[in-house]
Design a protein around this ligand. Structure first.
Ligand code: ADP
Length: 629
């Protein structure tokens, strides 16, 4: 019997696939099982109307047989089967089935892309050649009494001949390649390996995937006791995925178990969102928010994304396009039949169906979080502790394009209420005459509360947001304003915390002391020395001019690399004119300029300490301090 050649473009792709150092060889099993499942589906469908098909219908299972002696792996189904013509048509032209449409001539870039596609979705049947030398297909169509055997080594074509086969269906027999140093093909004959591959890729195939497993049991009594081995058929897949069940059928326990098994968490998830959407794009999804920050969450290793299934077959382990960056902590699965998967990864990103799903999912996550924020604050705070920082980064990302989506989910520490509140809660309790949303930055709430600058706001009774995360100051800069009230640092000269009379008094003092302030500024070599509008009982405080604040400087200083020296706040020393220290300073300025310099230096270094920064030269500082005592 003459060998037949594969059609030209098929051969090309076949070579490409077999010879590409393709790392995901194991997906061949998923492809073959998926074909077996499709073939069984088809027979089922036909049996609804066709007597012949109905008679051919029997035990619908997919059997895997691993034979170490012959080094073969067989995938056997009781599906629709193929006759000679169908074997020729279906298996003689790679990709004919529409999984992929290839051009006759592929450019190098296209070839690369082709290999990508193989990786992403497989090319079905032919992926078997990644692991076998000879591929044998025994098939009998439900319409025929005669079975046929198709055989190929993937290189020089294929042959078809008649053969014996008792029942309707198809057997795919793979003669595995010899093991090499790089790859142990014989692993595919190990039960543990097959079990785990089926669990990973084909768990939700709707027919049982079975294997004969050798087991032992004890038989007899006392002296007579012996171990007997026997064979038991075991089903390796769980068939109905929990997300495919109706909401009423999904138990919390089952949902949690699926989460823990699939996403390797020991703890139950904090939120579980079950989605069943019907419409232009129909899909089911299960979304989970972990209860704790995953250990690798802030590392490069962490990859966002949802598992993507099409009709029970997993086609992508982490489809990152389904989850926006700011919700990257969400794990889960999406199952849909409404994607055109005869496309590459790049094209999948453009897929309208996928975009619709992603948009809906984002909304679902947002509304679930918002609901918890409104109704179960304790739970939300648990979430906030784990992922609040992610939402903050999300709100500042790309100059704040997502801030409006995220700001109602943000929490800030309220100094008056002593707990976390939302921005709208802050606005609600704000007195009418208050002009700004006040905030103060510092390492901890306690440190913020001990800042001299907080005295005035406390005296006024206004609330202030205590910002303790590095990202916070960037965040309020991006948020800018709420209902016409801007975010204002208590450090700002425009904080409007003193009344008009005091304001005038300060202005006057600034004028009267202009010469001395200028002298001190030169002596300290800082951006400015001013009479403060913020101090009540403390002698000094430190603030910054321009765009870079003290907190930003601290943040940049904490980063690795050489750039940190470049970001420096323009320091301003603020003096309290009502404090005895100011009087002493003025006196010294009039009588002994050198002494005034020393006093100014001591005051300035003290202001650094209060601001949570370090004294520039501790020994010098101590010496100057002592010289004044
Ligand atoms: P796809 O599964 O994407 O259609 P394949 O290359 O895997 O592409 O298979 C090509 C065709 O061969 C299928 O469309 C189907 O008609 C047929 N086929 C493959 N496996 C089986 C099987 N186990 N039983 C019946 N037909 C099969």
């Amino acid at each position: 019997m003459a060998k037949k050649q594969f059609k030209a473009q098929s051969k090309r792709l076949l070579d490409l696939m077999i010879n590409s150092i393709y790392t995901n060889k194991e997906i061949f099993l998923r492809e073959l099982i998926s074909n077996a499942s499709d073939a069984t589906d088809k027979l089922h469908y036909l049996s609804l109307t066709d007597e012949v098909a109905r008679n051919a219908l029997k035990d619908n299972k997919i059997k895997i047989i691993a034979d170490k002696e012959t080094r073969t792996l067989t995938i056997k189904d009781n599906g629709i089967g193929m006759d000679e013509k169908e074997l020729e048509e279906n298996l003689g032209t790679i990709c004919k089935s529409g999984s992929l449409q290839f051009k006759e001539e592929m450019s190098e870039a296209e070839e690369k892309e082709a290999v990508n596609i193989i990786g992403q979705f497989g090319v079905g049947f032919y992926s078997a050649f990644m692991v076998c030398d000879t591929l044998t297909v025994k098939s009998r169509s439900y319409k025929s009494q005669q079975a046929h055997l198709w055989e190929s080594n993937g290189v020089d074509g294929y042959s078809i001949k008649e053969c014996e086969k008792e029942s309707v269906g198809t057997e795919i027999i793979l003669s595995l390649k010899e093991d090499t140093e790089d790859f142990k093909y014989s692993d595919f004959l190990e039960i543990y390996k097959l079990r785990s591959l089926i669990k990973t890729y084909s768990d939700y195939i709707r027919y049982p995937i079975v294997m004969d497993i050798e087991k032992t049991k004890e038989e007899g009594e006392g002296e007579e006791k012996t171990n007997v081995t026997y064979i038991e058929e075991e089903t390796l897949n769980s068939m109905v995925p929990v997300w495919k069940k109706s909401k009423a059928e999904q138990t919390e326990e089952e949902l949690n178990r699926y989460y823990k098994d699939s996403f390797f968490d020991f703890e139950d998830p904090l939120f579980t969102i079950s989605v069943s959407a019907e419409g232009v794009v129909s899909y089911k999804a299960l979304l989970y928010v972990p209860a704790k920050t995953p250990y690798d969450y802030f590392t490069k290793e962490y990859e966002k994304g949802l598992k993507l299934y099409q009709s029970g077959v997993m086609i992508m382990e982490k489809c990152s396009d389904l989850i926006p960056e700011h919700f990257r902590f969400v794990k889960g699965v999406v199952d849909t039949e409404d994607l055109s998967l005869n496309i590459s990864r790049e094209m999948l990103q453009q897929d309208a169906g996928l975009k619709t799903i992603a948009k809906n999912i984002e909304k679902k996550i947002h509304s679930e979080l918002k609901r918890s924020l409104d109704n179960d604050r304790e739970k939300y705070e648990t979430f906030w502790k784990a992922f609040g920082i992610q939402l903050k980064y999300g709100a500042i990302a790309q100059y704040g394009i997502y801030k409006d989506k995220l700001k109602d989910l943000l929490l800030f520490w309220s100094s008056n209420q002593g707990k976390l509140i939302t921005i709208s809660e802050y606005l609600k309790t704000m007195p009418e005459d208050q002009k700004h949303i006040y905030y103060a930055c510092g390492e901890t709430v306690a440190k913020i509360n001990s800042l001299p600058q907080t005295e005035l706001i406390k005296a006024k009774g206004y609330d202030m947001l205590c910002l303790t995360d590095e990202v916070d100051e960037f965040l309020v800069n991006v948020l800018r304003e709420e209902e016409g009230k801007d975010y204002c640092s208590i450090n700002s000269d425009k904080a409007d915390l003193i009344d008009e009379e005091d304001e005038k008094k300060t202005e006057k003092a600034r004028e009267e002391n202009a010469e001395m302030l200028n002298f001190l500024k030169e002596a300290l070599n800082i951006s400015d020395v001013i009479i403060s509008k913020k101090l009540k009982s403390h002698p000094v405080c430190l603030s910054a001019k321009g765009g870079v604040t003290l907190e930003m400087e601290k943040y940049f200083a904490s980063l690795p690399g050489d750039d940190k020296e470049k970001v420096k706040a323009e320091r301003v020393l603020e003096l309290n004119p009502d404090h005895p220290a100011f009087e002493t300073l003025t006196k010294a300025y009039n009588e002994d300029k050198e002494k005034a310099k020393v006093i100014a230096e001591v005051l300035y270094q003290s202001s650094l300490l209060i601001a949570g920064m370090s004294v520039e030269n501790p020994a010098d500082f101590t010496e100057k301090l002592c010289s004044l005592l």
